[in-house]
Design a protein around this ligand. Structure first.
Ligand code: ZN
Length: 713
């Protein structure tokens, strides 16, 4: 078992460099030196760590071994070495990344990549990365899902990208038409030097740049009939163009939901209860990243106000480093935190843009998230996430709001713990962490990173981290400002996160399928089950493995329900920066009670719970034997119509906090019972929760251990 992860990777890697040297045709320089190095850098002080995290992008910091793992360009490698620090190059991982990059180039050169003709599951290219969809393939998936599930899925275009705003098509009949801005490819030719443009296969760019789009799914009819609007899970994916896994994780979870409605009880509960929004944040940047020319495209492609230029013989020209880091462009706290929270230099990887919210992608998404400002009510209205953060008198003053934005910032007023709007997550690669606001210690906030909802957001993060196997820490080891999560929490009070997934920007599909997707599936599965009250339900125990023993029961008889209720599911990590204390919660409590409900969620009018009996669980930890319990009971089906019903189970701990729900199907017959047969009511679907949990236990943990061991070699 221990060998499975490492040996597979190693055996393929041993062959990789030969293969790519022989057939490489697009990027002729790639065979000479790697374009990306995987490095391990030991640090010996907070000062050294600070310098490293300022320079490097999304590094993974191992606080126990005091090492930084990062994927760096040759220039960054030289800079770190120039700082006098010891850099260990992970040759195996560097070769794997190079193989990832160059096999994609081979696929494109050979014609194996036929973007429009590929059937699902589709890919950016064949080979080790065939699991990642292009922007067009994601959008055609949106179309297919809407067509196949008209009552459960809808799609909207949120706005143009920067490239989209630059398109100018000369009118028909123009004597000497200027086509320099008439297509994505022509805009690249217009703005970039030929030495860069010729490295791209221009035929793979759409004529019209893809807009920013959202896919929304849920049981709309059922939700619209309820008095309270549904809670929302809002994801943005691909804000950093080269981070391949995040977009795929989001769209795959939505596919799982739709594929399993009516087949898996939890998927059914989730779609009936919650609304999911998946947004592709940076389609322009992604089109560049899909070709891996430099393998480094992070930002959008603003070659105008975010031009990073260099002097050449032909004059001053743009470089590929142009663009705005959209995750530093959001207006809440834009450019105010200082201390490396964003970059004012257009060539920087964290360039914040010329002004708060300057980029069309930011504007389109912010408009969708928060809606429009109602001055009379002093709140945002009509957005995907409702405004749950009461505004101060200063904030409500229109003069302050107009005053460059600073007057509208409120750092101290919290959202109600009863907030029912949902959760926002910005999906990233690859630091294996769950991060929450604020991203920087602010003078406006008493030199603190904590929001007024810090306890609630910390507990969500720590429960989520148990499920996705990542580190729950408020910050990585560097400051951030102008980010999506700070803006969504700041304006609306919704719990807002950055989830850093996986181990590499250039994640092999094997790792993605085996580890990255299952980890995040588990995280989203849990979060879906607390979405109704995200600041409250995470304080209670999780309920899993709900089962109805009987395949079906005649109406009027009893059905046997069982489940596992577990308060011990959280993952506690350091805060991420040495001078910030980690939060001292959650605290594990004993399980006090559990209830089963038929067809109504515990909080719905008319819901009647049946108490379940508690017994020892073989999953309990020795030091907390009563924090994990098996619960069982007989529920009465009197009055139920023949057909399929839902059973929901929820546990409560000794602190009086009710937790995450899980569901099972209950099939009721009118006639005498069918022959007795033992069956699992909550199963069904290709990816049962328990299956994935087992998969994680078996593979994820082993992979983690072997990867670390390999890197230390
Ligand atoms: Zn990122």
């Amino acid at each position: 078992m221990n060998f499975r992860c490492s040996s597979r990777v190693l055996s393929r890697l041993a062959l990789a460099p030969l293969a790519l040297a022989a057939t490489l045709s697009i990027s002729s320089q790639a065979a000479a030196d790697p374009e990306v190095y995987s490095v391990l850098i030991p640090y010996y002080s907070g000062d050294e760590l600070g310098k490293l995290t300022k320079l490097l992008d999304h590094p993974y910091v191992d606080q126990k071994t005091r090492t930084v793992h990062a994927e760096v360009s040759p220039e960054e490698l030289a800079k770190v070495q120039g700082m006098g620090m010891t850099v260990q190059i992970d040759e195996v991982e560097t070769a794997r990344i190079q193989n990832f990059i160059t096999t994609r180039a081979q696929d494109m050169a050979s014609g194996a990549l036929k973007r429009t003709a590929r059937a699902r599951p589709s890919s950016i290219a064949n080979g080790v990365h065939s699991c990642y969809r292009t922007v067009e393939q994601v959008y055609s998936t949106f179309d297919e899902l809407v067509a196949a599930n008209p009552k459960f899925a809808k799609m909207a275009t949120l706005g143009k990208t920067w490239m989209g705003t630059q398109i100018v098509v000369p009118p028909v009949g123009t004597a000497v038409p200027d086509n320099s801005s008439s297509s994505f490819a022509n805009l690249l030719i217009k703005y970039l030097p030929a030495s860069i443009v010729t490295r791209f296969n221009l035929s793979l760019f759409p004529v019209e740049p893809n807009p920013v789009k959202v896919l929304v799914v849920g049981n709309f009819e059922k939700q619209d009939a309820r008095a309270e609007a549904p809670p929302n899970m809002v994801w943005t994916g691909g804000i950093h163009a080269r981070e391949y896994a995040p977009q795929e994780v989001g769209i795959k979870f939505i596919e799982w939901l739709l594929d399993n409605y009516g087949k898996d009880a939890n998927a059914t509960m989730m779609l009936d209860t919650n609304r999911y929004h998946f947004i592709v944040h940076n389609p322009d940047g992604r089109k560049l990243a899909e070709q891996d020319i430099s393998a480094r495209q992070r930002k959008n492609t603003n070659y105008g106000s975010a031009a990073c230029t260099t002097s050449t013989a032909a004059g001053v020209r743009n470089t590929i480093n142009s663009g705005v880091d959209l995750n530093r462009n959001y207006p809440f706290g834009w450019a105010t935190g200082g201390a490396g929270g964003s970059d004012g230099n257009a060539c920087g990887e964290t360039y914040r843009g010329v002004s708060a919210g300057s980029e069309p992608e930011t504007q389109a998404i912010l408009q969708y998230m928060r809606g429009t400002w109602n001055q009379a009510a002093c709140k945002w209205e009509g957005g995907a996430l409702p405004d749950g953060r009461p505004k101060s008198a200063t904030y409500c003053n229109p003069e302050n709001r107009a005053n460059g934005g600073t007057g509208e910032l409120d750092w101290t007023t919290g959202a109600s713990e009863n907030y029912g709007g949902g959760v926002f997550i910005d999906l990233h690669s690859n630091a294996r962490a769950v991060l929450w606001p604020w991203g920087v210690e602010r003078t406006e906030n008493g030199n603190n990173t904590h929001t007024p909802n810090n306890k609630g957001m910390a507990v969500i993060a720590q429960r989520l981290a148990y499920h996705n196997n990542y580190s729950s820490q408020q910050l990585l080891s560097y400051n951030t400002e102008g980010t999506t999560k700070d803006a969504i929490y700041g304006y609306l009070g919704a719990p807002a996160y950055t989830v850093e997934m996986g181990r590499s920007f250039y994640e092999d599909c094997g790792v993605f399928e085996r580890e990255t997707y299952p980890e995040n599936f588990n995280g989203f599965h849990w979060l879906s089950r607390v979405l109704y009250r995200p600041y409250q339900l995470p304080f209670g125990p999780d309920t899993v493995n709900v089962k109805v023993a009987e395949a079906s029961v005649p109406s009027g008889s009893k059905a046997t329900v069982s489940a596992t209720v577990d308060d011990n599911r959280y993952r506690y990590s350091n805060a991420g920066q040495g001078d910030i204390l980690p939060p001292p919660y959650p605290v594990v409590y004993n399980v006090k009670s559990a209830m089963a409900y038929i067809d109504k969620l515990p909080w719905e009018p008319g819901a009647v719970g049946t108490p379940l009996a508690l017994a020892a669980s073989d999953q309990a930890k020795a030091d907390f034997p009563d924090a994990t319990k098996t619960v069982t009971g007989a529920i009465d089906t009197t009055g139920l119509a023949a057909g399929r019903h839902m059973v929901y189970v929820q546990g409560t701990n000794d602190d009086g906090k009710a937790g995450a729900l899980s569901a099972a199907f209950l099939d009721v017959t009118a006639a005498p019972p069918a022959p007795a047969a033992s069956s699992v009511g909550g199963g069904g679907g290709a990816m049962g929760y328990a299956d994935i949990a087992l998969m994680l236990l078996g593979l994820g943990g082993v992979c983690a251990a072997t990867t670390l061991a390999r890197k230390r070699d």
